[in-house]
Design a protein around this ligand. Structure first.
Ligand code: ATP
Ligand code: MG
Length: 657
């Protein structure tokens, strides 16, 4: 059932096809969420391999999260192209560094410290600086920023001053620079490295050692980078080293989804791609294949409203849904956090009763602290959850034990099929064909085992995998933290949800203080929060439910307000139900096709006249419905617009309809 080259191309729209057909040479795809960027690059790779332009092992595909990398590998395998390296920058670099370390540096590679904080605290102590926990965290992120943006300790103070970058309270840039320098020394003394060192050392190794460069460059000839808007200078440097003076690079990204600029990411490499590679093919995609018109309309409005406020003034790419109208986006206000969690869990349960698969539902939030109340509420509602897309799946003790048992039985595999053997073995550790009726720990354990069983079925069916291949896949997935689909509702932070999609998405805590988060004070930081909301909204395929809670706990004074990003979209809590309904309908209006300019002009006139005539409260309601939204609406008659806005026939007559 492996698709042939023609079928690979047929599965794409004309612009995506252009990407796939430009098999070699620099290509840049600039496009909004859900337009098929990831699909276009996977098909491009598959097409290049299928037509014999390049060997699968000569491709290095770089994505942003381990989960996305694993997903890309399995998508490629489904397209009949196994053997492509799809990795994060970090894991690709780690492999190369590990390989060449003994020869180039000598000995075994240093251990990577996952959290800077401890080392930063130790560096501070050795300089007799007094720092509390919060300061340590802030200082660690300054050091991280310096490292990803390639600022050395010696240049730190000058760069900070030039950029008027704010330092943690009570610390001058000179002090931070001194700490940074000591931190670097301390790592060497302790023979450890941090995440940034892995990238920096790999790049340096390639730059300084022609034989290393030659080996790596003869292995990898074609490079593909997904989510290129979030590439940091250090990653860009490494990419340039991988490429050498070649140009076989394809990047895809969406400047409106830059959500890691706090960690040094910048969309400028994406925007300036054509300048860096003048011969590049630049393609933009606008058809959104993921989400309904209602969802896309909201996403467009959120970006459009922010455009004037965004210091970068990046013109958002407007999306045009290919999916159809779909249900309206809903907005709900709860009294307090717990009520919100319970409300969302109840809604999720209702969707599941109506036939939705739990794995097709996600609840997204801004801060990981919000997950706790959700976990509790879902447990009470009897709905299983997978936290953060299941990255911790392989760390579960029961999963580790099961994996070990499966591995021990790898040579089991001739008179019975692999899935049968797997069922047998897992049967010994408590799996049964029937799900237990009990909830809680027993159910979670069963769900995990069931996921291993389903994975066995899927692998046997798609790849004819035997026990050896199955166990190998488990090991690979464990290394990449790529959990099999556990049938539970996903709870994930907005950052972790990047690139993923679900049928139904609940976006909670859409209030001031959470999104934008209270820490975001500068215009840049606020703009990034807005993009984060855009990322969240565009994860939903069909149902999107937004909510926030007025106060933190029951009985608390309701002080939170809905997020400023929804001003004019989400009704203030005190407007009349009629106005609420009208606004909800209008906010879902935009579809993205260009409106007839004459109609636009008449609308402007119409609104001006209404403004003169109508009483103030009524005007507030109408006035908030911006012309932009209407201008984005599909060409439609005045009567249709009037109906949506609830304008009576007399008014219409007055305006000539
Ligand atoms: P994001 O910016 O969120 O990463 P993306 O641009 O990478 O989004 P994809 O994940 O590639 O988008 O595609 C979104 C959805 O639309 C996927 O389910 C994909 O299979 C589907 N899709 C994309 N292009 C097409 C197409 N030409 N025909 C049918 N479905 C498509
Ligand atoms: Mg994508």
């Amino acid at each position: 059932k492996v698709p042939g080259a023609d079928q690979l191309i047929d599965a794409l729209d004309p612009e995506q096809r252009e990407v796939a057909l430009a098999v070699t040479g620099p290509v840049c795809v600039l496009a909004g969420a859900g337009t098929g960027k990831t699909r276009a690059i996977t098909h491009r790779i598959a097409y290049g391999v299928r037509t014999g332009r390049y060997a699968p092992t000569s491709v290095l595909a770089v994505t942003f999260t381990a989960r996305a990398a694993s997903e890309m590998r399995s998508r490629l395998r489904d397209l009949g192209v196994p053997g492509v390296q799809a990795r994060t920058f970090h894991s690709a670099a780690m492999r190369q560094l590990g390989h060449f370390w003994p020869k180039v540096i000598g000995g075994r590679p240093w251990q990577v410290v996952e959290h800077k904080a401890q080392l930063v605290a130790a560096a501070a102590r050795s300089l007799a600086m007094s720092v509390d926990r919060i300061a340590v965290r802030d200082l660690a992120s300054q050091i991280e920023w310096a490292k990803v943006t390639l600022v050395r300790p010696d240049d730190f103070a000058a760069v900070v001053e030039r950029q008027s970058r704010e330092m943690p309270a009570g610390f001058s840039e000179q002090t931070v620079a001194r700490l940074y320098s000591r931190y670097e020394e301390l790592k060497t003394e302790r023979a450890v490295m941090d995440f940034e060192d892995v990238l920096a050392l790999t790049a340096q190794m390639i730059a300084d050692h022609p034989d290393v460069a030659k080996t790596i460059r003869s292995q990898y000839k074609h490079f593909v980078v997904d989510e290129f808007q979030d590439v940091s200078p250090i990653q860009h440097t490494l990419l340039r080293q991988w490429l050498g003076n070649r140009q076989e690079l394809c990047v895809v990204g969406d400047p409106s989804q830059t959500i890691y600029s706090f960690a040094g990411a910048t969309p400028s490499y994406l925007m300036e791609f054509k300048r860096e590679y003048p011969g590049a093919t630049v393609v933009s995609l606008v058809r959104d294949y993921r989400s309904t018109t209602a969802i896309v309309g909201l996403a467009n409005s959120v970006l459009e409203r922010g455009r004037k406020l965004d210091p970068a003034r990046v013109k958002p790419l407007k999306l045009i849904s290919q999916v159809g109208r779909g249900p309206a986006v809903s907005f709900t206000t709860y009294d307090h956090d717990e009520a919100e969690a319970a409300g969302v869990a109840a809604r999720a349960r209702a969707l599941i009763s109506a036939g939705e698969r739990p794995a097709d539902i996600a609840v997204l939030y801004r801060t990981n602290a919000q997950a706790e109340a959700l976990e509790q509420a879902f447990q009470e509602a009897g709905v299983g959850v997978v936290i953060r897309g299941g990255e911790r799946f392989f760390q579960r003790k029961d999963v580790r034990d099961a994996t070990m048992l499966l591995r021990a039985n790898v040579h089991h595999a001739p008179d019975r099929s692999m899935p049968e053997v797997v069922r047998d073995i897992l049967g010994d550790v408590g799996w049964s064909a029937q799900a237990p009726t009990a909830q809680g720990a027993a159910r979670e354990r069963w769900d995990a085992m069931q996921a291993l069983v389903e994975l066995a079925d899927a692998l046997a069916e798609t790849r004819g995998a035997d026990m050896g291949a199955y166990v190998q896949e488990l090991q690979e997935r464990a290394a990449n933290q790529h959990a099999p689909t556990v049938d539970g509702v996903t709870l994930a932070s907005l950052h972790a949800a990047k690139g993923l999609e679900w049928e139904s998405v609940f976006l909670i805590g859409v209030s001031e203080g959470l999104i934008p988060i209270s820490l975001a004070e500068t215009d840049e930081a606020i703009a990034e929060e807005r993009r984060l909301l855009y990322v969240g909204i565009t994860r939903a395929k069909r149902n999107l439910e937004l909510s926030y809670a007025k106060s933190r706990r029951a009985g608390g004074r309701g002080t939170r307000k809905s997020s400023r990003f929804l001003d004019g979209i989400w009704p203030a809590p005190d407007v009349s139900p009629l106005a609420k309904e009208r606004r909800a309908r209008t906010s879902a209006l935009a579809t993205g096709e260009d409106v007839d300019p004459q109609l636009f002009e008449r609308l402007r006139q119409w609104r001006a006249d209404l403004a003169k005539e109508m009483s103030k409260p009524a005007f507030v309601i109408l006035g908030n419905i911006s012309l932009v939204e209407i201008a984005q609406a599909r060409p439609t008659t005045m009567a249709e617009l009037a109906r949506i806005r609830g304008i009576g026939p007399t008014k219409l007559e007055q305006f000539g309809e």
